[in-house]
Design a protein around this ligand. Structure first.
Ligand SMILES: Nc1ncnc2c1ncn2[C@@H]1O[C@H](COP(=O)(O)OP(=O)(O)OP(=O)(O)O)[C@@H](O)[C@H]1O
Ligand code: SF4
Ligand SMILES: [Mg+2]
Length: 362
């Protein structure tokens, strides 16, 4: 059953420098009980998309639709959204220190979150807070419930945020970079905890991250975003082993081989994400793409179905059968791109770097 269906979402912010086109026609859905991983570099519109659905982007110009559990979120007033936030959709933010109030004990904050949506009395809410802290594996929860956020480690605070998000057994949990600030071991523990909680509560999850490695073991589906758009969407296995879009391929190339995903070289995508005030013409990735062709400069590719993998779509002018991460496929991509290149595309930074052998793609 589809729990959340986002259709053609656009979000822009008028600023003194021009209009920031943060999200540009994004569509995706999340099935009940399943996990969607949303991946993309900094500034690709991941957080803005999530915040927009929850009505947390005041001042933004928004069009499109986001239907949650049969109800349109984008036309709800603040009171209706408050009912949904926390109770039906919970969100864990990147930085728990900015979401937890520094002057209140963590137990009190969890209890208040419970009391905001239910008629539980103070004492019972506190008991529930202790149980939630126990559930997220915080040692000595009876004592920790009295702690202030600054008295806890980063990993502990993130567990408190998870406990608070789970307090009302939401149908959907959105975790925005839930583990970025933490070391690798704690990251892995927290991802494991989220999956365990998902099994207990039966909720769906959207996990937002810039690191494909983080969601390798937990996502059912992966949505790759670039410059406010979906560049590719597929089940996790297809994303990791048979990606079509060169940007996904590039992100995989940047994953250390310790994840066992691809070869042994670390290959950063050259250049940086574009300004969202003046987004490149055609395919937004074209200045950085090692396979850019003339048509990529002029025409924006739509998401089209990639026949080999079920539910696999990609927005790229390369032929749909060109999927995979191996050297042979990269060579085939390069050959196809060379045959469709002209004067302008030959001078693009990504193409020049590939020709000089600065990326794995050559
Ligand atoms: N209130 C705002 N006003 C103007 N621009 C904004 C606003 N909020 C976000 N943006 C811009 O929208 C773009 C997308 O931002 P967003 O926070 O969604 O990126 P992100 O993919 O979550 O990146 P990160 O990985 O760094 O968290 C960025 O260019 C950002 O600067
Ligand atoms: S080949 Fe063209 S369309 Fe595909 S990602 Fe590269 S620049 Fe974009
Ligand atoms: Mg973000």
């Amino acid at each position: 059953m589809t729990l959340l269906a986002v259709d053609n979402l656009t979000v822009s912010f008028p600023t003194a420098d021009g209009t920031v086109q943060a999200v540009r026609g994004l569509s995706f859905s999340v099935e009940a009980g399943k996990t969607l991983g949303v991946v993309g570099e900094s500034g690709s519109g991941k957080s803005v998309s999530a915040l927009t659905m929850l009505g947390l982007n005041p001042g933004a110009d928004i069009t499109g639709s986001a239907v949650f559990n049969g109800k349109e979120l984008l036309t709800m007033n603040q009171q209706q959204l408050r009912q949904i936030r926390g109770a039906d959709i919970a969100m864990i933010f990147q930085d728990p220190l900015s979401s937890l109030h520094p002057h209140f004990r963590v137990g009190w904050q969890i209890a208040e979150a419970i009391r905001a949506h239910t008629s539980v009395n103070k004492r019972d809410a506190k008991t529930q807070a202790v149980e939630l802290l126990r559930l997220v594996n915080i040692p000595q929860p009876e004592r920790r419930v009295e702690a202030y956020p600054h008295e806890m480690s980063g990993g502990m605070r993130q567990r408190v945020m998870i406990a608070m998000a789970l307090a009302l057994k939401p149908k959907l949990l959105i975790a925005d970079e839930p583990t970025t600030a933490l070391d690798a071991t704690v990251q892995a523990q927290l991802m494991e905890l989220l999956v365990q909680m998902q099994n207990e509560v039966g909720m769906a999850m959207i996990i937002i991250t810039h690191d494909l490695g983080v969601i390798a073991s937990v996502a059912d589906e992966v949505l790759v975003m670039y410059a406010g758009r979906a560049s590719e969407r597929a089940d996790a296995r297809t994303t990791f082993f048979s990606p079509h879009h060169p940007y996904t391929r590039g992100l995989l190339g940047s994953v250390p081989s310790a994840t066992g995903v691809v070869g042994s070289r670390l290959t950063p995508i050259i250049g940086s994400p574009p300004s969202l005030i003046s987004v490149p013409t055609g395919c937004g990735f074209h200045p950085r793409c090692p396979f850019a062709m003339e048509m990529c400069i002029d025409d924006q590719p739509d998401l089209v179905e990639i026949p080999a993998g079920g539910h696999h779509v990609s927005a790229c002018w390369l032929p749909p059968e060109m999927t995979g991460v191996g050297v042979a496929m990269d060579t085939a991509r390069q050959r196809y791109a060379s045959a469709h290149r002209g004067v302008r595309s030959s001078k693009l930074p990504g193409v020049v770097a590939a020709v000089e052998g600065a990326t794995v793609y050559a």
